[in-house]
Ligand binder design. Structure first.
Ligand code: AOF
Ligand code: ZN
Length: 363
């Protein structure tokens, strides 16, 4: 098998950590000796052993003289666990093949250097693109210290996110909705505006058997969220954060008593300052946010420059209606030249729906 084939296996192992390791990376490792796979491992949960150590511990025979394939540069620092470079050196591994470089300032090339200094052959950048894509959240968060934000919406082919009546259940089919639940498992938090809570009373949980619930963040400038809303009523089981400009403790008190966290933030144009919110979420180690609207919040987020990626689910339906909502509201840009620029989208079919995904290039 080629280096790429083993790295592909390591990527598959790493994916098993999805939703369990944030804000740390998903990492997978495969150990190969004389063409046989003798060990495999991945980073299983936040604070747990790193992939390299799990793979070494799983070896069916001595790793002396073997090769290690790992999706991320091995660490060389004492964190919650000892340096993986130490474990690799002790094991007698002779060659290490790496996918992504680790921009963590504590590692940042020092992992590779340490290995080379001890005579280990190191090959870098194998399936680098795929490895970087798998850890796009980690690679962003470790450098910027603010969450990676994904703006997600589902619309009809005429660009509506609800019918003229305001009803929006359901626009896309089951496969697309399942994908959204996979993303709620993957990302640390979900963010919606208070208007969405008032209109739909959503749970914003992950309904997959093994999934984890994201923290639920309600952007609620004036604390309008009903105390009877599901996100408030279940705040003791699943984390709910109200992001507000309202500093009145009398108004905050019932939400706090219900188990919500209330974050008082500065305002920008009469609404919650979303950059300040992202900085606070970063301080709380929330590395990623799935922004699920509505239209006004989506516009504010784009304008604030906090959006990294856009996911547009498109259903083969037409709603019509001049007043029916579209995904991004606000006042919009004044000329086509002023558009928010997105990268060429990837296209995926989910049942009869499409998912377009683009990175935000400029906003
Ligand atoms: C992981 N899992 O498999 C690898 C990581 O706080 P610690 O000790 O868990 O260290 C976290 C850092 O270790 C992380 O930011 C990354 O730079 C490096 N590699 N981390 O959680 C792993 N290989
Ligand atoms: Zn490590």
């Amino acid at each position: 098998m080629t280096d790429e084939a083993y790295m592909h296996m390591a990527l598959g192992l790493a994916q098993k950590g999805c939703g369990r390791v944030n804000p740390n990376p998903m990492v997978g490792a495969v150990i190969v000796k004389d063409g046989r796979i003798i060990g495999q491992g991945h980073h299983q949960q936040y604070g747990g052993l790193h992939a390299e150590r799990n793979a070494l511990a799983s070896c069916s025979e001595s790793p002396q003289g073997a090769e290690l394939f790992v999706t991320l540069e091995p660490c060389c620092h004492w964190g919650k666990t000892p340096p993986c470079t130490d474990a690799i050196l002790e094991s007698g591994i002779r060659r290490v093949v790496i996918g992504s470089a680790d921009p963590n300032p504590l590692v940042a090339g020092k992992g590779v250097r340490t290995l080379r200094e001890h005579g280990i052959a190191v090959t870098e950048n194998v399936l680098r693109g795929e490895c970087d894509r798998q850890n796009e959240v980690f690679l962003y968060f470790i450098q910027k210290k603010v969450p990676f934000v994904v703006l997600k919406y589902a619309m009809t082919m005429d660009g509506k996110i609800a019918a003229a009546s305001g009803l929006s259940k359901w626009i896309t089919g089951e496969e697309a909705r399942k994908r959204v639940h996979q993303d709620r498992n993957r990302y640390a938090a979900v963010l919606v505006g208070a208007g969405t809570v008032l209109a739909d009373d959503p749970q914003l949980t992950c309904r997959l058997p093994e999934g984890k619930n994201p923290a639920r963040i309600i952007c609620d400038t004036h604390l309008r969220t009903p105390l009877t809303a599901q996100v408030v009523a279940t705040a003791k089981e699943t984390r709910t954060i109200l992001a507000t400009c309202c500093a009145e403790s009398d108004l905050q008190q019932p939400y706090l008593a219900a188990g919500c966290q209330v974050l008082v933030l500065p305002e920008r144009d009469g609404r919650v300052n979303l950059r300040a919110l992202m900085q606070e979420l970063g301080r709380q180690e929330l590395d990623s946010v799935l922004l699920e609207g509505g239209a006004a919040l989506n516009w504010s987020a784009l304008q604030s420059g906090i959006v990294n990626k856009v996911q547009a689910y498109i259903a083969p339906k037409l709603f019509g209606g001049a007043a029916a909502k579209n995904p991004v509201g606000g006042c919009g840009v004044q000329s086509p030249q002023a558009a928010f620029q997105l990268s060429e989208p990837s296209v995926e079919r989910l049942g009869s729906d499409l998912l377009l995904e683009s990175q935000v290039i400029s906003c």
